[in-house]
Design a protein around this ligand. Sequence first.
Ligand code: NAP
Length: 290
Amino acid sequence: MEVTATKGQIIKGKPVADKISESLIQEVNELVKEGISPKLTIVRVGARGDDLAYERGALKRCQSVGIATEVLELAEDITQEEYVKALTEINNDKNVHGILCFRPLPKQLNEEVIKYVIAPEKDVDSFSPINSAKVMEGDTTGFPPCTPTAVVEILKHYGVQLSGAKVAVLGRSMVVGKPAAMLLLNENATVTICHSRTKDLAKVTSEADVLVAAVGRARMVKEEFVKEGAVVIDVGINVDADGNLCGDVDTNAVSDKVSMITPVPAGVGSVTTSILAKHVVKACKLQNNK
Ligand code: NAP
């Protein structure tokens, strides 16, 4: 680790997102000049609050860099057959380059089947097992999920050396923890994945140069969980007992000990939608042999 930051530096997502947007605007302009207009379609069932919040951010980010957007809102009681038909139509629409299906899907829809229906080349947030496999293989033609990709982008942006670093990932979901671990391994970090059955959790995480917290438990990561001078990426988005938004890390408790830490909000979440936009442009280019 060659981090020389001052103690407790708050590393925000906005500078990372702005840098990504800057290059995307240019890339989209180039495509438009050639008569190609990158487009994202969001497939949403019903109107869950967290889906709508993410959708607003995603639409705003995509539109700000010139990506065309569309939302397909489907009825809460849609059948499996109807959902598959709608998704297949978007798969076959040559004007759509990226598809984001909000999950979890309602009970009557079988995600285990649907994840094989989405066209892998349009699957910009890694719903398809083909894209999960590409993350495992280190195949860069795929689309890793946006949030763990944002984690790696932030670490790189702030000059955190990953090669040879000890990294602990707290959480092993398919959306964040597992792919984050794999992406960090692909950056030559030595990665330990922790979860609810990990023994002596604080001892394990406090040995890490970089700690990625993705547990979904408000302020669970306390001072004893972090190593002196560690870099902490807080992926958690939680609401505490007082109704305040907070991360998985108790920022006040650890900030004097760590070298850098992402805030919640204004940390990982603000980079996630930039990665989504980046994936749409990448998908568009690949589909047009660029
Ligand atoms: P999840 O599916 O609930 O997974 C949570 C993981 O944490 C599981 O692997 C679980 O272990 C582990 N865990 C739970 N309690 C634990 C404990 N007490 N000790 C150790 N490990 C524990 O959650 P997720 O979808 O990965 O999301 C994690 C957090 O990230 C949530 O707060 C979510 O809102 C947030 N998030 C943020 C973004 C963003 O853009 N910033 C995007 C997605 C998610 P087991 O596997 O053993 O059960």
